[in-house]
Design a protein around this ligand. Structure first.
Ligand code: HPA
Length: 245
């Protein structure tokens, strides 16, 4: 497989069974990336790992330097990115600990630097984003999951909110009407920036909680962490298969 990177999200600051060979500290024209790039091997195949929220987990979604993170991966010669994300579940199949391979995105974020093509002297460029995730890379993820026997949802529309607060009930109802199945805070501008630099990008989302209003009571960080624990272990197994496909 072409050079692969895994961007780890909440619940995946470190990748189990990743054999670390070296750390690459990069400076970029956009400022510092979230963390050192970990260069190593997953299941015997070379891979790069980046902790999206920093290590330790300290950068909230709206403060992540997405441009630096993606630019750094390009500098390292990465061609394929698997973006792991914790999300809330909106539609009925998306209960806690469910894993989904999203195929569409609706962007509800604001005020994030979301393009490499906006600095003075840069040509105006409109990337095609009809399919925001790489279809071949998604197919490999789905294939890897089926080889593990772990049940996944092979498609989902990811609604990306600004955060860091969770949503209101009305916001989630609106998102459901819009067609969102899951809600997270990091797919954008990450996916679009990867496309701008010509990198293949696919996501694997783990449902941490029912989205606001979809269940009684408050959503707590304890609940989120508990559900992510089992879901992320399954993500690790899927990734170990993926690198061998
Ligand atoms: N909303 C947005 N992002 C999230 C959620 C949620 O309910 N859970 C985990 N990430």
């Amino acid at each position: 497989m072409e050079k692969l990177a895994i961007i780890g999200g909440t619940g995946l600051t470190q990748l189990a069974d990743f054999k670390l060979n070296k750390k690459e500290v990069l400076t970029t024209p956009y400022g510092p990336p979230s963390a050192d790039y970990l260069i190593g091997e997953l299941n015997g195949v070379s891979a790069v790992f980046l902790a999206r929220h920093g290590n330790p987990h300290s950068i909230p979604p709206h403060k992540i330097n997405y441009c630096a993170n993606i630019w750094g991966l390009k500098q390292l010669g990465v061609e394929n990115i698997i973006a792991v994300a914790a999300v809330g579940g909106i539609t009925s199949a998306m209960g806690p600990a469910q894993i989904a391979i999203p195929d569409q995105i609706i962007d509800y974020t604001y005020g994030r630097k979301h393009s490499f093509f906006e600095d003075p002297g840069t040509a105006v460029t409109h990337i095609d984003f009809t399919y925001p995730y790489s279809q071949p890379l998604r197919a490999r993820l789905i294939d890897a999951a089926s080889q593990t026997g772990i049940h996944i949802s092979p498609r989902a529309t990811y609604g990306c909110t600004q955060g860091p607060r969770l949503e209101t009930t009305a916001e989630i109802l609106r998102m459901e009407k819009d067609g969102c199945d899951i809600v997270g805070m990091t797919a954008m501008p990450e996916a679009a920036l990867a496309r701008e630099l010509g990198l293949n990008y696919a996501g694997i989302a783990v449902v941490a909680n029912w989205a606001a209003g979809k269940t009684e009571g408050e959503i707590t960080m304890t609940e989120i962490e508990h559900n992510l624990h089992s879901g992320m272990a399954n993500v690790g197994l899927i990734l170990q298969k993926l690198v061998r496909l």
